[in-house]
Design a protein around this ligand. Structure first.
Ligand SMILES: C[S@@+](CC[C@H](N)C(=O)[O-])C[C@H]1O[C@@H](n2cnc3c(N)ncnc32)[C@H](O)[C@@H]1O
Length: 215
């Protein structure tokens, strides 16, 4: 297993990771379709880690563009290696703090967002850092197109209940949810890909909670 420094060195030269220090870094906002060289819709995976959702969906849905976002370069490295090896044209990784997402995406630029097993941040002092805090939801609402979808997958009951309450207070509408995704007859389209954390939680016997809502 490569160490962090080797991974960072790889990321620096990878065409699949947009991060600080690269020429494209501050030029993405409003320009994603130009960057992908097509007019296809854009799907985001927030807190993507190794990016399993982005990797799998970009292979299945060739007529869509996928962007995995995370701050941890050593995790993005794994996904970027896969994209390079498979010469993927419709997926990229963006290494940023999600707090700053509005600096990288234009209003109505994104078709769909999935927040994938975000850190639960149970401490009261960390409430504002939860990726489903109203402040985050407002920024997602800005960049999603009208009729576009926001989804959340988590194993954490408290974070899930908190997120449902925040979504109800947000501008999103048509909220649907289940606290046991794999016992639900609905939401088949999010059952196919299991991320690293999802597999870990399922192995621990936890149930997966899922919700989706529309702009
Ligand atoms: C529990 S891991 C889940 C990773 C992956 N989605 C999975 O299911 O395997 C949460 C990820 O969110 C990222 N993350 C948490 N807060 C973030 C933030 N504010 N900005 C960018 N990334 C963040 C972490 O770096 C971490 O990789």
């Amino acid at each position: 297993m490569k160490n962090k420094l080797e991974r960072y060195a790889y990321n620096k030269n990878s065409n699949y990771i947009i991060q600080e220090g690269k020429s494209l870094f501050d030029k993405t906002k409003g320009n994603w379709k130009k960057l992908f060289n097509n007019n296809n819709p854009i799907f985001l995976e927030l807190g993507c880690g190794n990016g399993e959702y982005t990797l799998s969906n970009s292979s299945v849905h060739q007529n869509c563009n996928f962007i995995g976002i995370d701050i941890k370069g050593s995790r993005l490295w794994k996904g970027a290696k896969y994209l390079e090896k498979n010469n993927v044209k419709n997926a990229l990784f963006l290494r940023i703090q999600i707090e700053n997402i509005l600096d990288y995406f234009e209003v109505n630029e994104v078709e769909e967002i999935i927040v994938s097993f975000p850190d639960p941040r149970p401490k009261k002092r960390d409430v504002k850092k939860r990726l489903t805090n109203l402040r985050f939801l407002d920024s997602y609402h800005e960049i999603i197109i009208n009729g576009g979808k926001l989804m959340l997958k988590t194993d954490d009951k408290d974070l899930f209940n908190y997120s449902i309450d925040q979504i109800k207070d947000s501008k999103f509408k048509k909220l649907k949810y289940t606290d046991d995704l794999y016992s639900s007859p609905d939401f088949e389209y999010v059952k196919g890909v299991k991320t690293k954390y999802e597999k870990k939680f399922l192995n621990q016997g936890k149930t997966i909670k899922f919700c989706e809502c529309l702009k």
